[in-house]
Design a protein around this ligand. Structure first.
Ligand code: TRP
Length: 449
């Protein structure tokens, strides 16, 4: 029995919980996906919409997930069943568990590429790329049938290794030291990138909005999807993590820290990447390979670039690992409770299934042309989860908080109490977030706008 009167695992401390949530939030989404999405959607205008969405919708929904999780002390599905027995809200939890399979399947593929680059810098292979053709190097690598799958396998094995150890000794401990390291390195690299000669164009691209871009409905959908993806929202990951939290640990400042720091890391990654993109005459709308084709050029110009490249990809790997751990934990927590599996059994079975599910994403990058709706399979899985499943999950979570429980209970259980900010929060999850998510969907499908 623990202090909450149940037998579930618990975080060791509140800081450990925040760092684990930050570890979940900060990942490939901030560096790889943010730069890609911002680049393809015009930079500055995207950033403005993105920041507004994080503040007005993202952080309030983070709070909703924390509140649900800590109160219920259960997993993504069980939490809804416990707080609203007999009502259909738990379907949102099922969608979340399904999303965890989908997201982790392709996430591990990209993380595998990161590992390959890390070892490429360690061994010098990436330092000696002929004619500095980093684009050719990348396209050639991801187009191979077997090697990327092996890296994906290694990455999944490591994710499994951490989740098997458990909440406190595995997840919490690994995050405590990697997050601060990642922050420091990003700052150093961003400053260096600004000296490369593309600073003016890069910063203009990222920070001075071309307002005409705001007429594109796709921009809002992408910004919403990116916000949910980056904050680990909409699939019960934060419900699951909140479920290991002691009742006395306060939520609002935790949610704010996670939201602000995650966004800070994404903007910092933009400051690192876009000046470099312009300095080397590359296309900011370069797509999923931006990080892998652009940054090697930066490292190539630096003194000790090989070392810095190795450090960068190691930390990106670490960030990806702490995120993939949270993705796996969502499904693991559910299966452990539902089928009474022990942690080891759940982790091994689910981890293996997700690995296999990721293989089509990997080989769709050139080896075998698997496409769905005109997209390669990886991009399809990414957009399906990011632009549809997560916002939909977030919609249900907001609706549950805003309409499925009494306002007084929501304010009490969130630790806001009867405060102005509490009422604003409740208004966001009750009206603003659901309406905004719906409008963005409808607008995109073309029903309005
Ligand atoms: N937020 C992570 C990133 O930015 C990815 C991630 C981890 C995630 N857990 C999640 C996304 C849960 C959605 C839901 O890389």
């Amino acid at each position: 029995m623990n202090e909450n009167g149940n037998n579930r695992e618990q975080w060791g401390s509140r800081v450990g919980f925040i760092l684990a949530c930050l570890g979940s939030a900060v990942g490939l989404g901030n560096i790889w996906r943010f730069s890609t999405t911002a680049g393809e959607n015009g930079g500055g205008a995207f950033l403005v919409v993105y920041l507004l969405i994080v503040l007005l919708i993202g952080i309030p929904v983070v709070m909703a997930e924390f509140t649900i999780g800590r109160k219920a002390q259960s997993d993504a599905v069980g939490a809804f069943q416990k707080l609203a027995p007999g009502k259909p809200w738990f379907i949102a939890g099922f969608m979340g568990v399904a999303s965890s399979f989908i997201i982790l399947s392709f996430y591990a593929v990209v993380a595998g590429w990161v590992m390959k680059y890390f070892f490429g810098y360690i061994t010098g292979a990436l330092v000696n790329v002929p004619e500095n053709d980093f684009t050719g190097y990348f396209v050639n690598f991801i187009g191979k049938p077997v090697e990327p799958v092996l890296w994906q396998f290694i990455f999944m094995a490591m994710t499994i290794g951490i989740v098997v150890v458990g909440v406190q000794k595995g997840i919490e401990a690994s995050n405590k030291f990697l997050m601060p390291m990642l922050g420091i390195l990003l700052v150093v690299l961003a400053i260096y990138s600004l000296t490369l000669g593309g600073a003016k164009e890069g910063l203009t691209f990222l920070f001075s909005p071309d307002w005409s871009k705001l007429s594109d409905p796709q921009l809002y959908l992408e910004a919403l999807g990116q916000a949910f993806f980056s904050l680990s929202l909409g699939m019960g990951a934060l419900i699951t993590y909140g479920g290991y939290l002691k009742q006395e640990n306060k939520l609002p400042t935790a949610a704010l820290s996670v939201g602000v720091l995650d966004t800070f890391v994404a903007v910092l990654a933009g400051i690192l990447i876009f000046p470099a993109v312009f300095a080397f005459g590359l296309d900011p709308a370069g797509g999923a390979g931006l990080v892998f084709m652009t940054l090697p050029n930066v490292f190539d110009q630096m003194a000790f670039g090989g070392l810095v490249g190795a450090a960068f990809f190691f930390l990106l790997f670490a960030a990806a690992l702490s995120s993939s751990v949270s993705l796996l934990e969502v499904a693991v927590a559910y299966f452990m409770r539902k089928f009474d599996w022990n942690r080891k059994k759940a982790v091994l079975i689910i981890g293996s299934i997700i690995f296999v599910l990721g293989i089509p994403s990997s080989i769709s990058q050139g080896a075998v042309p698997i496409t769905v709706m005109d997209r390669d399979f990886l991009t399809f899985m990414d957009e399906l989860s990011g632009n549809i499943l997560l916002p939909l999950g977030g919609l249900f979570i907001a609706l549950f908080m805003g309409w499925g429980v009494k306002k007084a209970d929501a304010l009490r259980d969130s630790d806001f109490g009867n405060t102005v900010i509490g009422h604003l929060w409740f208004w966001s999850v009750r009206v603003l977030a659901p309406v905004a998510i719906l409008l963005i969907f409808l607008n995109k499908i073309g029903i309005i706008g």
